[in-house]
Design a protein around this ligand. Structure first.
Ligand code: FES
Length: 212
């Protein structure tokens, strides 16, 4: 059971859900974030992130908590959550891979990356591996088309990937368990993986360009 959860119920998506205690620290933080905006509803996105960080995904209770805080309907808050793939509508693994399948990434090898992930994890999309470490899904353009093909793992982009570099990256993540999450409570991104393929591939190209 995760932080702050107790008591089972049945969620809108048919999955078992649990009531949630958000606690005074989160209540104070969300109130502080809401106070930065002229309208409470402007804080929907950081509040959703905060609820997701606390529970691991956006349960009905999380949507309702955010709706109450920003004084909007749960339906409106849910419409925001369902628009963005960075909000999880189902439980995910410790590392959730979001493979971009839109044009640039598709032309540069996204299908091969997806095939590799399916083969390696032997689970379907949106299903968590038995060890709890991984889950994956295909998503539409993540706005990094110039460095296709790319994958978002938790809240960090990994770009210019090949099947080989993705394999090494996943090995490294499984071994080192880096923090790849954005924390809405601390308002910081985890330490990431500075030496990951993203910078290697980009820097190699820049070096070539600068030498010519
Ligand atoms: S097409 Fe993949 S990031 Fe835009």
């Amino acid at each position: 059971m995760q932080n702050g959860q107790h008591q089972s119920g049945q969620g809108q998506n048919g999955q078992g859900q649990e009531a949630v205690e958000f606690g005074p620290e989160l209540e104070t933080k969300v109130a502080e974030i809401i106070s930065r905006y002229p309208k409470k509803k402007s804080a929907i996105m950081p509040a959703l992130y905060m609820a997701q960080e606390h529970i691991g995904w956006l349960t009905d209770a999380a949507i309702e908590w955010v709706a109450e805080k920003v004084e909007e309907s749960p339906a409106h808050v849910r419409s925001v959550a369902t628009f963005y793939t960075m909000y999880y509508k189902k439980p995910v693994g410790q590392y959730h891979l979001q493979i971009c399948r839109t044009l640039s990434c598709m032309l540069c090898g996204a299908r091969d990356l997806t095939a590799y992930i399916k083969d390696r994890l032997t689970v379907d999309a949106q299903v968590i591996t038995e060890d709890g470490l991984w889950s994956f899904e295909e998503v539409e353009c993540l706005g990094s088309c110039g460095s296709a093909p790319m994958i978002q793992i938790n809240d960090v982009f990994f770009e210019n990937l090949s099947v080989e570099s993705l394999g090494s990256l996943m090995d490294k993540i499984a071994k080192e368990k880096p923090d790849l999450r954005y924390s809405a409570k601390k308002e910081t991104l985890g330490e990431g993986m500075p030496e990951a393929p993203r910078s290697q591939a980009w820097n190699a190209e820049m070096v070539k360009f600068n030498k010519s």
